[in-house]
Design a binder for this molecule. Structure first.
Ligand code: ATP
Length: 239
């Protein structure tokens, strides 16, 4: 069995006095796509944000790529260590071009000097961006902007990327492209932790999945097993 790329143990997090994560434990092994699924408000986004160092009040143990103590590090260290993140709101810079947004993904990377060849590689991986490298990002569709956010997060070749609801509000043809892309990223060696409401699609490309409810993991199984289990999907994943 592959070693864990990300290992989260007994993670707790609070927003003010609200104890949102109540002991989350999960892991993503090198080269896996792992889905984290569950109803609205279950705590999925908070789990990703806490791992990324964006929730101040938290405790627990998070190890990345064999190094313990991730929570004690400043948030920006994650990118240097090779942990990428695409938040729900994408955070691309609307007034910059696609190319300029991609450059931002390399700002603190040792790969910065290879910027031109990296942007060429991204253009091949993301054909929709190839034709739009000099287009202002905000003039693209929501789905294309989401592709840009994913391209930017993966520009520096992270070991792992965490994606929060990437298919939300995106037209079906782009959702298909996006899921094919995730499978290709995984095949190229990138570990993926995927938060999705589109449960069937997520499970169909995942290796394993965790189901979250009320701030804890209530179930873990191979994705194929969960995909065949309508009862558990209905119990924990219907909105
Ligand atoms: P969704 O699919 O709706 O994003 P989720 O599973 O990602 O759901 P979270 O967004 O992590 O859930 O929310 C978990 C709980 O924390 C919810 O009860 C939510 O209302 C609360 N919460 C989320 N963000 C904040 C915040 N910034 N301040 C206070 N409470 C918050």
């Amino acid at each position: 069995m592959a070693a864990p790329m990300l290992k989260v143990e007994d993670l707790h997090a609070w927003y003010d006095h609200s104890h949102v994560l109540q002991g989350v434990s999960l892991e993503a092994r090198a080269g896996e796509i792992v889905s984290l699924i569950g109803r609205n408000g279950a705590g999925k986004t908070t789990t990703l944000r806490t791992v990324m160092g964006l929730v101040k009040k938290c405790r627990g143990e998070v190890a990345f790529d064999g190094q313990a103590g991730l929570l004690a590090r400043p948030a920006h260290d994650r990118y240097r260590l090779g942990l990428g993140y695409v938040p729900e709101d994408r955070r691309i810079v609307p007034g910059l071009t696609v190319r300029e947004n991609l450059r931002l993904g390399l700002v603190s990377s040792p790969l910065k000097k290879e910027e031109a060849s990296i942007i060429d590689r991204i253009a091949e991986t993301f054909p929709r961006l190839k034709e739009r490298l000099d287009q202002i990002a905000e003039t693209m569709s929501g789905g294309e902007q989401q592709m840009l956010a994913i391209a930017r997060a993966t520009a520096s070749n992270p070991r792992m990327v965490m994606l929060d609801e990437p298919s939300e509000g995106i037209m079906p043809v782009l959702v298909d492209e996006m899921f094919e892309l995730f499978a290709r990223l995984r095949d190229a060696g990138t570990t993926i932790l995927l938060v999705e409401q589109n449960v069937e699609r997520a499970l169909s490309i995942s290796d394993r999945a965790y189901i979250m409810d009320h701030g804890v993991i209530v179930h873990e199984a191979p994705a194929a097993v969960l995909l065949a289990d309508r009862e558990i999907q209905d119990r924990y994943c219907s909105v």
